[in-house]
Design a protein around this ligand. Structure first.
Ligand SMILES: *[C@@H]1O[C@H](CO)[C@@H](O)[C@H](O)[C@H]1NC(C)=O
Ligand SMILES: *[C@@H]1O[C@H](CO)[C@@H](O)[C@H](O)[C@H]1NC(C)=O
Ligand SMILES: *[C@@H]1O[C@H](CO)[C@@H](O)[C@H](O)[C@H]1NC(C)=O
Ligand SMILES: *[C@@H]1O[C@H](CO)[C@@H](O)[C@H](O)[C@H]1NC(C)=O
Ligand SMILES: *[C@@H]1O[C@H](CO)[C@@H](O)[C@H](O)[C@H]1NC(C)=O
Ligand SMILES: *[C@@H]1O[C@H](CO)[C@@H](O)[C@H](O)[C@H]1NC(C)=O
Ligand SMILES: *[C@@H]1O[C@H](CO)[C@@H](O)[C@H](O)[C@H]1NC(C)=O
Ligand SMILES: *[C@@H]1O[C@H](CO)[C@@H](O)[C@H](O)[C@H]1NC(C)=O
Ligand SMILES: *[C@@H]1O[C@H](CO)[C@@H](O)[C@H](O)[C@H]1NC(C)=O
Ligand SMILES: *[C@@H]1O[C@H](CO)[C@@H](O)[C@H](O)[C@H]1NC(C)=O
Ligand SMILES: *[C@@H]1O[C@H](CO)[C@@H](O)[C@H](O)[C@H]1NC(C)=O
Length: 403
């Protein structure tokens, strides 16, 4: 056996062992899904693929070592459905081992009745559909069309449940179509699940390697305890009003981008840009690239009480469009943030129109003494406009996590 092949076999064997339990995580000693996929992201997709197909195709029966009896793996399957009022809510269940309604998330989405898009005089469905997803890695590309509002995707924890795919800008006809999960409908909710794009991490100078994990293009969406894993362009926060709470968001370049109006609360933003030598002026990433194109656009990203960590030297944001608007408040920033903080996309005319504000942040990266001249240090009054859920009209639509 040539050494290279040996190594590959070993990796597959390790993955097979790791993934061969009903739930991905069985004991606290197992690596978390995050660790697993952090590792997976470093592998070429050609290596991930056989592992995934192994996991999906593995036989549906296991031998219990204690009794010697063969039992169905579904014996262990006890979905903890939330109690629902059937007049207003229906539940569809997804389990990759076939223990309930569907084995793929897309099949469940396909089963949700579409509201009539042609006849606008009929009111849209008042019903919410909860798609309950059992622990595991779902290797598929998922799309929720505009005609299916009011869908909730409920996972079992962002380190145990994930949807992953590997489209890139090149392979899907553009960055905007590369999302592993793409949501075009309104009133979408995701809870306790990760969205991942496991395409190869772009090397410096690569073109067309952008790979979105989640594209959210519907209005009034909420994400609770979710993970977003990718490198360049991880989270396409495209348009509409959105709320992200307790989320983990990983990427390298422009990894939260789009022209939505969003509040991110208590989130972790983790940069995986390449580390830069101490003292170097080189910047190799940006946390955000907000795309507000004119002063009429009522959009912007607000980060409140978040933490910023990881590797590289990155900007808090760069001005993808001239009226880009981003605020960081009450956020802890590690020293990966470049001293100037922000970038005008190398177009000084944008300095007059971008709105980049910081309020009461802490940590080595929050030192504002070297910030670019256009950066605003917000006072209490100015900051309060961004720290109020009325910024996204949350009072009109945002429901508590347990509702
Ligand atoms: C995605 O993974 C599949 C299976 O490994 C591979 O054939 C395909 O080339 C990958 N796509 C991209 C864009 O990397
Ligand atoms: C649910 O709908 C049925 C039929 O319309 C109705 O009889 C029933 O009272 C409703 N239940 C509740 C709790 O609203
Ligand atoms: C899903 O499965 C449950 C029982 O596990 C069943 O009551 C329900 O009718 C199924 N729904 C669909 C759409 O198949
Ligand atoms: C979603 O459901 C709510 C009630 O829960 C309803 O008021 C609203 O119209 C629905 N939205 C859509 C777009 O169907
Ligand atoms: C789901 O997310 C909520 C909100 O972030 C969090 O409080 C809860 O602990 C999470 N549950 C699981 C099982 O991860
Ligand atoms: C994307 O496509 C372009 C044009 O075909 C090519 O030059 C480039 O190398 C491709 N990028 C990647 C990451 O494969
Ligand atoms: C701020 O975030 C921390 C976790 O980083 C959390 O413990 C704390 O409750 C948050 N504060 C508020 C006001 O939400
Ligand atoms: C801002 O930070 C200061 C010190 O770090 C703290 O005393 C003050 O309460 C903070 N303001 C708010 C609104 O959190
Ligand atoms: C902020 O940075 C300046 C310039 O590098 C430095 O003189 C100052 O001590 C720093 N302030 C803090 C609080 O670290
Ligand atoms: C905050 O800044 C605004 C200008 O943007 C100013 O009008 C206001 O007086 C300031 N408020 C405080 C409390 O300093
Ligand atoms: C939030 O905004 C609303 C509407 O502008 C206002 O009534 C409310 O007092 C604000 N809340 C806080 C805490 O500033």
């Amino acid at each position: 056996m040539i050494p290279k092949l040996k190594c590959l076999t070993l990796i597959i064997a390790i993955f097979a062992v790791l993934l061969s339990s009903t739930n991905l995580i069985t004991t606290p000693k197992s690596p978390s899904l995050k660790q697993l996929l952090d590792f997976a992201l470093l592998l070429p997709s050609s290596i991930i693929s056989p592992i995934i197909s192994y996991t999906i195709s593995r036989h549906h029966h296991k031998k219990r070592p204690d009794t010697g009896k063969t039992t169905s793996i579904c014996d262990d399957f006890k979905p903890q459905f939330p109690p629902v009022e059937p007049n207003t809510t229906s539940i569809l269940c997804v389990d990759r081992n076939g223990c309930c309604n569907f084995t793929t998330v897309q099949a469940a989405v396909d089963a949700v009745p579409a509201s009539s898009s042609s006849n606008t005089s009929t009111p849209p469905s008042q019903k919410r559909t909860i798609i309950w997803i059992n622990s595991g890695l779902y290797y598929e590309k998922v799309m929720i069309p505009r005609t299916k509002p009011n869908i909730t995707i409920q996972g079992q924890g962002y380190t145990t449940t994930a949807i992953a795919w590997n489209s890139t800008a090149n392979s899907s006809g553009g960055t905007f179509y590369s999302g592993s999960v793409q949501v075009f409908s309104d009133n979408f909710i995701a809870k306790n699940i990760s969205f991942m794009n496991v395409a190869p991490i772009p090397k410096p100078g690569d073109v067309g390697a952008q790979a979105v994990a989640m594209r959210i293009s519907g209005d009034q969406a909420a994400f609770w305890g979710c993970g977003f894993f990718g490198a360049q362009d991880t989270l396409h926060d495209d348009k509409g009003r959105h709320y992200f709470k307790d989320c983990y968001i990983q990427g390298s370049i422009d990894f939260i981008f789009g022209n939505a109006k969003s509040v991110y609360e208590n989130c972790q933003l983790i940069s995986m840009a390449n580390p830069v030598a101490a003292g170097s002026k080189f910047i190799d990433g940006s946390l955000t690239a907000h795309g507000r194109a004119s002063k009429e656009d009522d959009t912007g990203f607000v980060f409140a009480n978040c933490t910023i960590g990881g590797t590289g030297k990155v900007w808090l944001g760069r001005a993808w469009r001239p009226f880009s608007r981003v605020v960081f408040a009450l956020t802890t920033m590690s020293d990966i943030i470049a001293p100037e903080g922000w970038n005008d996309f190398n177009d000084p005319t944008r300095d007059q129109t971008i709105f980049y504000g910081e309020y009461n942040c802490s940590g080595a990266g929050a030192n504002m003494s070297m910030r670019a001249p256009y950066v605003q240090k917000l006072n209490d009054t100015e900051a309060s406009n961004f720290l109020n859920m009325s910024f996204i009209n949350g009072d009109q639509w945002l429901q508590p996590y347990n509702s």
